[in-house]
Design a protein around this ligand. Structure first.
Ligand SMILES: N[C@@H](CCC(=O)N[C@@H](CS)C(=O)NCC(=O)O)C(=O)O
Length: 325
């Protein structure tokens, strides 16, 4: 199933072209979208393996939204019906009662034929997907859910920095976040090489930028750091080998490695990383690029805890605010 779905997203030149997000409704503070922000009404469903979903897990935690927006975690290994709640008792999500995420997609649109993707926010009572629009989900957690943020929550998407954050995010998305997939899912040598060159050129650009500043935009953590982190933290575990992104390992790129460790050691980042889910998902489910399904034992993750020495660059992770508890 996964192979056929990936086939539909492969161009004639062998390039990977990601499907558009189908459910783009927004949950808003004023309810004008028809989906008002409301504690306990919605459920965020993620795979801990998935970098797009990981963004929302980090942002939810940094903003202290755990008590108002619950989290469902699917099994990193999908079956023929896609993501499933087989980690939960009786194989059902304890809040919505569904066994497969596809049930919530089909409840929203019985004719849906795309991939059933995470992250998705479900309306609990209706057991249906409201949105799988992952770039908008995190921005809305910042802007629309502000009334429910914890005290001292950071401004991840401040008005004054939005243009710069958007600009950095667009480049990081094209060349890095999605760039690793374009390497891994390329089906022609040329498409792979083009994606590879763009990826590492952008990592060089990021290294230069981050050599003199602690965070990507401004002097505190923003949405831009969250988005880059979820790719960097997977780099050596899966992208370097499985997706053939192997000019260097992250650990061989000193600035980015220190930057990634700095974030990893910040509450909300490293404590949301699950290397077991990450490695099993990528290596065991992309049969077209790893037919044996063997999951490598390395790399040793203990290096993530070594000192990063980036405090001297100035900046404080949460500005005047406090880290999440
Ligand atoms: N919604 C986006 C991005 C989210 C995404 O790709 N999530 C992956 C996991 S990292 C997924 O859910 N894949 C399900 C599948 O391929 O069937 C998309 O449709 O491409």
């Amino acid at each position: 199933m996964a192979e056929a779905q990936f086939g539909a997203e492969t161009s004639q030149r062998g390039e990977w072209v990601r499907q558009a997000n189908r459910f783009t409704d927004r949950i808003t503070a004023d309810g004008s979208s028809g989906w008002p922000v409301e504690p306990d009404r919605y459920r965020l469903v993620v795979s801990l393996a998935c970098p797009w979903a990981h963004r929302s897990v980090i942002v939810r935690r940094l903003l202290g939204l755990e008590d108002v927006l619950s989290l469902g975690v699917v099994d990193p290994i999908r079956d023929e019906r896609g993501w499933r709640f087989s980690l939960d008792p009786d194989g059902r999500d304890p809040v919505t009662g569904i066994a497969h995420l596809s049930e919530a997609y089909l409840a929203a649109d019985p004719g849906f034929t795309g991939r059933y993707t995470v992250p998705a926010i479900l309306d609990v009572a209706e057991r249906r997907v409201v949105t799988n629009d992952y770039p908008q989900i995190t921005l809305d957690l910042s802007a629309e859910w502000a009334a429910h943020h914890r005290e001292g929550a950071p401004q991840l998407y401040p008005e004054s920095l939005r243009a710069e954050i958007d600009e950095v995010n667009a480049l990081v998305y094209r060349d890095v976040n999605n760039g690793v997939y374009r390497c891994g899912f390329a089906t022609s040598q040329q498409a792979y090489e083009e994606a590879f060159e763009r990826l590492f050129a952008r990592l060089d650009w990021l290294s230069e930028r981050l050599a003199g500043q602690r965070y990507l935009v401004g002097d505190t953590i923003t949405e831009a750091d969250v988005r880059l982190f979820t790719t960097l933290v997977r780099f050596d575990a899966v992208y370097h080998g499985h997706f053939k992104c192997n000019r260097q390992k992250l650990t061989e790129l000193p600035v980015l490695w220190a930057y990634a460790r700095d974030l990893f050691q910040t509450p909300g980042f490293g404590d949301t990383v699950d290397f077991d889910h990450i490695k099993r998902h990528y290596y065991a489910t992309h049969h077209q690029i790893n037919p044996t399904g063997i999951v490598p034992l390395g790399p040793d993750p203990s290096a993530w805890h070594t000192p990063h020495d980036r405090e001297s660059l100035g900046g404080r992770p949460f500005g005047d605010g406090a880290p999440p508890a």
